[in-house]
Design a binder for this molecule. Structure first.
Ligand code: ACM
Length: 271
């Protein structure tokens, strides 16, 4: 089976949803893919002092707001699914979310479980649990940025059958790209980390985002690593069924060999 995946790396402009839509539309001209992944918070940018400053640039998860409706139109021209990070609002609450959008509309919405640093001042902790959806007979799981440092995130998705992990990111630490190689090896899945570029400043805070968006395969091979500081789109064909077989060798199956009964926390195992 041939399945085309893609990622977009770009520099979202803070407080300018319309400009971010334009940047994305320009980058997507002529692109066709089964699945494309955009960075975390692609509608709003990253640094805000408080939640009420961010709220005007957030939207609901119904696909009717300006950002998500423009991306549903884009899914129609791409002829595939878009997974994008965005600032989500629900009543008085804000979430750092990622949504899967097909040409017909939203498929599933994930709210970031592990908030990073100052994000805790802006967003509610995600309450959706880890989501896997199916598109063209391929199972795709979603996690967001800092979820990478908790192996449980990718494991939950893989145990639910995800063959590909769509991973919108706004990375500032230098470790994730290497860690995603391990996430691929230990779960035998493809990963697509769509990271952003650029620098944002707010008061004393200054963040530089690390680019180098990445695609890894179930053997842990890096199939693509992007530039550090240039906007880019990368498309490639993969065989998602490579992620179905969890055998490492004839004796070891990475899922069947798990022993959850031994993972309970106990004070001492001595007898
Ligand atoms: C991050 O989770 N955006 C570092």
């Amino acid at each position: 089976m041939n399945f085309t995946i893609a990622l977009l790396q770009f520099n979202p402009t803070r407080k300018n949803v319309e400009k971010n839509i334009q940047k994305i539309q320009q980058a997507m001209e002529g692109i066709k893919a089964d699945l494309i992944v955009f960075p975390e918070l692609s509608n709003s940018g990253y640094l805000y002092e408080k939640a009420e400053d961010l709220k005007p640039f957030s939207e609901e998860n119904d696909g009717h707001g300006p950002f998500l409706s423009a991306l549903i139109d884009l899914a129609k021209t791409i002829n595939g699914v878009v997974v994008t990070g965005y600032a989500e609002k629900e009543g008085l609450k804000l979430y750092n979310s990622a949504i899967a959008l097909s040409p017909q509309g939203p498929i599933t919405n994930y709210r970031k479980t592990h908030l990073f640093d100052h994000e805790k001042m802006l967003f509610n902790p995600g309450d959706s649990g880890f989501k896997v959806f199916e598109w063209n007979s391929v199972k795709i799981g979603i996690m967001i940025c800092f979820d990478w440092i908790f192996p449980e995130a990718c494991r939950c998705l893989a145990l639910q059958g995800a063959q590909i992990i769509a991973h919108p990111a706004n990375l500032v630490l230098p470790y994730c790209q290497n860690a995603m190689v391990t996430r691929s090896i230990e779960n035998r899945v493809f990963t697509i980390t769509a990271n952003r570029i650029g620098t944002e400043k707010l008061g004393d805070m200054r963040l530089s985002f690390t680019g180098t968006s990445q695609i890894t395969d179930p053997s842990g091979a890096i199939r693509y690593r992007g530039p550090k500081d240039k906007a880019t789109v990368h498309i490639m064909a993969i065989e998602p069924n490579e992620a179905i077989n969890k055998n490492l060798n004839p004796q070891n199956n990475l899922f069947k060999d798990r022993r959850p009964e031994m993972y309970k926390l106990v004070e001492s195992r001595e007898h």
